[in-house]
Design a protein around this ligand. Sequence first.
Ligand code: DON
Length: 303
Amino acid sequence: MELQAVVDEIVHEVQPMLGEGAVASYIPSLGQVPAGNFGMCVAMSDGPVCGAGQWQDPFSIQSISKVFSLALVMSYDYDSIWKRVFREPSGTPFNSMLQLEADNGIPRNPFINAGALVVTDRLLTLTGDAAGSVRGLLRKESGNPAIDFDDEVAASEAQHGHRNYAMAHLLASYGNLENPVELVLENYFKQCSLRMSCEDLAAASRFLARHGVSAGGTPFLSPNQSKRINAVMLTCGTYDAAGEFAYRVGLPGKSGVGGGIVAIVPGRCAVTVWGPALGPNGNSVAGIAALDAFTTRTGWSIF
Ligand code: DON
């Protein structure tokens, strides 16, 4: 199988779908990205990389950053985070607060916004600079020192972030934040605003395809921790569409409202796609179609 040809074909195939769905506009800065953009990259765990379309154009990684903040927290503090956040699929949208009160301030999982706020809070305690730590990890693992925050996107989200503010205050009311609400949100909006290309993101995610081994060849996570993060990505990484994603793609995956998705084939590669038009659950329509075609063609699903 010629992997570059597979990726080229898939990017060609999804072109007619690029208008389907809608670009996220609840963060006004994100709403300006053209819906017709699309890129895809595969980074093999042993080094080779191939890509097609706009795979080298940076975009806002948004909720994909939640994978890296969780990985950092687990790298410092093996599993104490699980006292403050569950690891069950929520079956609700990424920004829902419905279950948070019923569950006494313990979010259902670390990838819905409420859970990610708790993880960012923990990382802030552990490092003093949660967003900076996420940026540092991404720079190191991707080998791209130019990866940075998009201050306009972060400010735009802060201005329109009523729901995240409400969620953070509710968490604080249950004693499930260690740091001031403002500081946690500032770090959360910054980590979400990081701009990366499919190429950067595939390279940076490769440690999850290498059982925790970092780009430098040393263990960043243990194989067990890497397995656990992949498991949570599979069950919770695409919110109330996690069942549909597992059915169609059959891989651990994490999406963001910037239109990016990272999927991991453990032991083999990291795959990234980017198409800004989203379906009703906040996941890239063309991105899911491309990943579906990828696992169908290659047979590289975990099932
Ligand atoms: O908190 C938010 O609403 C955004 N910064 C991130 C949301 C997101 O990417 C959800 N993913 N599909």
